[in-house]
Design a protein around this ligand. Structure first.
Ligand code: FAD
Ligand code: FES
Length: 409
């Protein structure tokens, strides 16, 4: 009998052998293909097993079972009795497993979830898990696919550091390359920094800019002058100081695939150049209205293993058309059966079209969003967007997202 209306203090403890009857009752009430007693017994006997139950008084309301592997934790199962759902118990159990694993130095947590199980996927997304691949027909009872989700458990340090300008130079009309001498922790491709453009109160908010490269204490940024903040930044000279907060956000997942395609439009070039310089493979598509708008083309063309495709709307260089026309062509030229990974950053319309093209082709696509930001580290809710898994903050859960998770409108 479950009496969720009589709530005693909730307690999270290890599952003991004599909890098995209660565990099995929750299991059967939760899954169409429940584990049997033997599976639980074998799993609990495994010395690597982390088996936690949440109880209220003597009543077992839910449990989470995970395996402690060399550098990661594998979450095997999570169940909450129907009478106890909607109270955040699943979240508390997973958080406890993650807390224990992180304190033991595990670098990531991994789990698989039925692709149709939207509530579970939402829970895991809100806990910071990201979908990294799909295992076709993984669940043999229904032949359903599994979504493999991973969460990075490493605490990524950020710093609010004083930076000295090494160079701030216009490299294309309205586009500036800014090189800073600056001691912030190492950024990953797709991460960004918040730049304080002026010491005074105006503009009050720092401006987000993606990291273009970071090496030996030097951080490189590329920005287009849009409004007051970036116009002030363009007036800064060599030797002047700036405050930089970063690195921030979640970058690209950098998965291996047969063909990697980068799609950059507008101000979306920097994080993708950083990624391509790391991966040294694939096709890099740059889209612009006209060639004079673009910067860094020579640099992209020189990345080993990366082929450059230029698309201009006025035909001033490369092929006439949009970046997404280039994407369609490169995907069409990719032999059937080859796995394609697309990474895109640029205007919303371009990202939406790229996501649709990738979906048609069955390619995986990650997009980096350029939402307006206030704080840049998750406290002001100024950058919230709606996803299939609820509201998320672009600065914390993004700026890079699996395109499938976004609601494109
Ligand atoms: C994670 C992230 C990474 C970014 N990386 C880069 C980069 O590497 N290079 C670069 O040039 N720009 C980048 N941007 C966009 C950049 O932050 C904005 O262009 C900048 O903040 C504008 O500031 P401003 O004071 O000059 O303009 P404002 O006076 O604030 O606004 C001027 C115009 O720019 C538009 N705008 C303002 N903020 C944004 C924004 N975040 N995204 C899109 N349009 C905006 C406004 O709608 C307005 O039309 C990035 C944005 C994000 C969120
Ligand atoms: S900018 Fe403040 S929460 Fe994202």
């Amino acid at each position: 009998m479950h009496g969720a209306d009589r709530v005693y203090e909730l307690d999270i403890r290890h599952i003991e052998h004599n909890d098995l009857d209660a565990v099995l009752e929750v299991e059967r009430a939760s899954f169409s293909s429940p584990w049997d007693r033997g599976t639980f017994e074998t799993t609990l006997e495994d010395s690597r097993c982390i088996a936690l139950k949440v109880t209220s008084g003597v009543e077992l309301a839910g449990y989470c079972i995970a395996l402690d592997l060399t550098s990661m934790v594998h979450i095997l199962t999570l169940a909450v009795h129907p009478a106890w759902r909607g109270r955040g118990l699943g979240r508390r159990l997973v958080e406890e497993v993650l807390r224990r694993s992180a304190s033991k130095g595990k670098v990531c947590a991994v789990l698989e979830v039925r692709t149709s199980n939207v509530p579970a996927k939402s829970l895991y997304s809100s806990l910071g898990f990201v979908h990294v691949s799909t295992w076709r027909g993984y669940y043999t009872d229904t032949n359903e696919d599994a979504s493999i989700m991973v969460k990075d458990l490493r605490v990524r340090p950020i710093a609010d550091a004083e930076a000295a300008i090494v160079e701030n130079r216009e490299v294309a009309p309205g586009t500036w390359r800014l090189e800073l001498d600056c001691a912030i922790p190492q950024a990953e491709p797709g991460q960004f920094v918040m730049v304080q453009v002026d010491e005074g109160l105006d503009p009050f908010l720092r401006r987000p800019l993606a990291v273009l490269s970071q090496r030996k204490g030097r951080v490189e940024l590329l920005y287009r002058v849009r409004g007051r903040g970036t116009a002030l930044l363009a007036k800064k000279n060599q030797g002047e100081g700036l405050r930089i907060l970063g690195p921030l956000g979640r970058g690209f997942t950098k998965r291996a695939s047969d063909r990697t395609i980068y799609v950059a439009g507008g101000t979306g070039l920097p994080p993708l150049v950083f990624l391509a310089e790391r991966l040294e493979a694939g096709v890099f598509i740059v889209g612009a209205k006209t060639i004079s708008e673009t910067a860094l083309l020579d640099r992209v063309g020189a990345i080993p293993g990366v082929a450059l495709v230029v698309m201009t709307e006025d035909g001033s260089s490369g092929d006439i058309g949009l970046a997404t026309d280039g994407l369609r062509r490169v995907m069409d030229e990719t032999p059937d059966g080859e796995e394609i990974a697309v990474y895109a950053c640029g205007p919303m319309g371009m990202l939406k079209e790229a996501a649709a093209l990738a979906r048609e082709r069955g390619a995986r696509i990650e997009v980096s969003l350029e939402e307006r930001m206030g704080c840049g580290f998750g406290v002001c809710a100024g950058c919230v967007v709606e996803t299939r898994h609820g509201l998320v903050r672009v600065c914390r859960e993004g700026p890079v997202f699996d395109a499938e998770d976004l609601l494109w409108g």
